[in-house]
Write a protein that binds this ligand. Structure first.
Ligand SMILES: *[C@@H]1O[C@H](CO)[C@@H](O)[C@H](O)[C@H]1NC(C)=O
Length: 481
């Protein structure tokens, strides 16, 4: 049961994906997606999709997550549009063969890295930023010349509908398809062979994806989460820190993979931070955050129940209210939290911020290093040495000193996890590289046999010496071919 393109998948009438995947495979084999013009056309289509359906997307995001227009604009639509523009501006430069340095033995050859599309790639997107985390990888996959199967999250229903019904009209459907379904359908989809899988979601599902990929030796990029520590030094202005932390903890109602998950600070700093956090929350969301147009809601009942359970950990210092009729949870701060409590076992992914006390920087660093490597790590201090020490003595996917979130808005920086928070990265050129095979290429002269003959038997000490010298000596950058 091998189908054109070299993929071994169980074909048959029972398989809802077989026809689509075969069509995409055939397109890729035809070479259609490789020219820069074709890629640019797809990227422009993606840009038009965003421009012409901005209103529709904002409404869908409001339905799914009660996302404010501001947040939809900043963290979903504009950021995706910038990514498209960046890819369009740099496409040809990114696609260019990359010349590498040579030695004397290859001095007359042409040595370079060619960026080739993998072929048929699968993107599995999450529900928390259902536009951003779907389109950002898609930009990279299309820019790199792949055919793409996109699996948006079925949990963010309204956005899924727009992505499934409207987006394909803007792209060439011979190289792009949206597939729908929940865990069962995704499981079926993963039986198929892809050339790369890009997954954003939880570590638990990440393991399922990687296990399925292993059957076909398919490489994966896993954008997972984790509990992102936020160290707050005694040497800081509590109101500045509180503003920044509250902004990003409660952005998208805390349903953000890079949000600060918990604060580590001394009891003294906690005492100064609490009134500052209360003041920030009131300023941001008013006396009744429930009435604020700027505070979102929890995505579904299951997650709401999970989060409500976490409210009983430690002691509620700020907030703590919840209402399941509209899946509302107030911006909450918990204190007196023990490391063993449920709120410290899983990524919170909601508007709940526990504060844990440590005695000084060393204890904070120990605490961080005892746990899985997080996706993001934050340190606040007016002493740059403190920030640099946290950076030097810990590991995480990304790091941001004296703020949250902002490190992932720069497309010149790679975004991704390490250890349990994921593998591989993307954004900007890193996305293009993630979706490209870096092919080793050496074009040698058809002539020059006299020189090349030095490596053939019968061997002599002199030939060995010459050959080793030629291999160890860096050549000038001249190329004959
Ligand atoms: C650092 O100190 C300055 C001056 O006191 C203050 O304005 C600023 O908010 C402080 N920054 C932080 C992160 O604490």
């Amino acid at each position: 049961n091998t189908v054109a393109g070299g993929a071994g998948w169980p074909a048959g009438p029972m398989d809802p994906f077989a026809d689509t995947l075969q069509r995409l495979r055939e397109t890729f084999s035809s070479g259609r997606t490789r020219p820069a013009e074709f890629r640019a056309t797809q990227l422009k289509g993606l840009g038009r999709f965003l421009q012409e359906n901005k209103q529709l997307l904002q409404e869908a995001l409001a339905q799914d997550l009660h996302k404010s227009t501001f947040e939809s604009q900043v963290s979903e639509i504009s950021i995706s549009q910038s990514e498209i523009n960046l890819a369009l501006r740099n496409l040809r430069a990114w696609m260019k063969d990359e010349k590498v340095s040579k030695n004397l033995a290859t001095q007359l050859d042409s040595a370079f890295i060619r960026k080739e599309p993998f072929g048929l790639v699968l993107i599995i997107a999450p529900w928390n930023y259902p536009v951003n985390l779907t389109l950002m990888p898609l930009v990279g996959a299309l820019a790199a010349g792949n055919c793409v199967v996109l699996k948006p999250s079925e949990i963010s229903k309204s956005t899924e509908k727009v992505l499934a019904e409207v987006l394909p009209r803007y792209l060439d459907q011979s190289c792009f398809a949206v597939v729908l379904g929940g865990p069962e359908e995704t499981g079926q989809l993963l039986e198929h062979k892809f050339d790369h899988i890009f997954f954003t979601g939880s570590p638990r599902v990440g393991k399922i994806v990687m296990t399925a990929a292993a059957k076909h030796l398919t490489p994966v990029t896993l954008e997972l989460g984790g509990k992102n520590p936020c160290y707050v030094d005694d040497n800081c202005d509590p109101q500045t820190v509180a503003n920044r932390v509250a902004w990003f903890r409660y952005f998208n109602t805390g349903q953000t993979c890079v949000a600060p998950d918990y604060i580590l600070c001394s009891p003294e700093t906690q005492a100064r931070l609490l009134p500052a956090l209360q003041s920030a929350i009131t300023r941001f969301y008013g006396d009744d955050p429930r009435a604020s147009p700027d505070l979102g809601r929890i995505i579904n009942h299951k997650h709401f129940q999970r989060l409500r359970g976490l409210l009983s950990c430690g002691r509620v210092a700020i907030g703590g209210q919840s209402d399941d009729s509209d899946r509302y949870i107030a911006p909450t701060v918990l204190v007196d939290v023990q490391e063993t409590e449920p709120v410290m076992q899983e990524e919170i992914f909601g508007p709940i911020l526990p504060i844990l006390n440590v005695r000084g920087l060393d204890e904070a660093i120990d605490f961080i290093n005892r746990r899985e490597k997080p996706l993001a790590l934050y340190a606040f201090s007016n002493n740059s040495q403190v920030v640099k020490r946290v950076l030097a003595q810990t590991s995480s996917g990304g790091f941001c000193g004296n703020d949250g979130f902002m490190h992932m808005t720069l497309s010149s920086l790679p975004f991704g996890g390490v250890g349990a928070s994921g593998m591989g990265n993307y954004h900007g050129k890193f996305s293009f590289d993630t979706f490209s095979h870096h092919r080793t290429c050496l074009l040698r002269s058809p002539g020059l046999e006299k020189i090349y003959a030095i490596r053939y038997p019968p061997h002599s000490p002199r030939n060995l010496r010459v050959l080793l010298t030629a291999m160890e000596t860096r050549s000038c950058s001249c190329t004959l071919l």
